[in-house]
Design a protein around this ligand. Sequence first.
Ligand code: TXA
Ligand code: MG
Length: 369
Amino acid sequence: MGQEESTVDTLLLPVDMRDSAAVQAALTQAAAVIRRGGLVAFPTETVYGLGANALDAGAVGRIYEAKRRDHRDPCIVHIASMDDMARVVSAVPASVTVLAEALWPGPLSLILPRGRAIPDVVSAGRPTVAVRMPAHAVALALIRAAGVPLAAPSANTFGHISPTTAQHVWDDLAGRIDLILDGGPTPIGVESTVLDLSGPVPTLLRHGGVPLRHLRDLLGNVVVAEQASGPAATSDEGDLSPGLSLRHYAPRGELLLYEGPRLRVLAALTEQALELLGGGGVLIGALLDDDDALALSDAVGKGLLVARLGHRSDLPGVARRLFAGLRDLETRGATVILARGFGGEPAGLGAAIQDRLVRAASGRVITLH
Ligand code: TXA
Ligand code: MG
């Protein structure tokens, strides 16, 4: 607030892969921005990334400024082919080949020994680097056109809800970055799974698009870091992956997250919504699956704002709508957002969805019995 900051003109370019001439022109322009050390937001299959030349410390520094990102939080480096690995890491353990063959391009980031060409700022000074090959035609084409690996965190203000559309990126970063490539909504909607291969045992640091089960099928033993199994165990200092701090993915309003038997939770949500709405003068939102939204029709009739997640059993659908739903309620002005958690869905995407919700609620879960 009140801080003088220079702004840049942010260009928004649509990239419709069916129109190859327009795509070529957009990619040429974006690649030129990257090569001169600028910032380009681009779609991946998970969320939009904010990309810079990973080999250019100055360019990567600009990512931290634009996002107002904590300098202790390292970036993921995005590559387009296995040939790029040699420029990014100093060693390729055998497990990488197994994982890459099965899951790349895809929503899996691997923590590996950092190569000499990767500057300190990318890794927040760590001896390791996170690498991933995204499964999105625009992302891969941009990396190829730029001719360099791209350091890219999610393209949101630090700590805010991750962006799944170009509009989300615009809302957070317009005036702070050079270019946004609009490739439509991202198909997965939650970030990549982060797997640390730099130690003796593969360790999952963040639940994401690739389920733990797949990693165990391929590698056998995979342990889950405390920080990935719940913010209760998360400390802000000195943990394995400092970006996974407690308050993350947070809407401007307060998220009240409920767990427990469905009917108990629905009763509590209704009571809480009616009480808050009765106070008057504030907008209250709820992030609900379609069945729960019907069950709360009383409160909806009294003004409760609802963002719908689709059917609870369709976890890919829920993941795709999760961040957009939170942003929708925020944009409509909700000062409190009510939600029922996905703690009963530990498999696959359920773990990633629940992790994001718990962090958006700053680690507080209201558990009913
Ligand atoms: O799906 C995704 O991963 C998206 C898209 C754009 O690729 N990117 C993304 O980046 O989510 P970001 O910066 O929001 O999250 C990266 C996570 C952070 O929690 C960070 O701490 C962790 O990966 N990370 C990155 N490099 C690391 C390293 N060397 N050691 C441990 N953790 C690392
Ligand atoms: Mg992020």
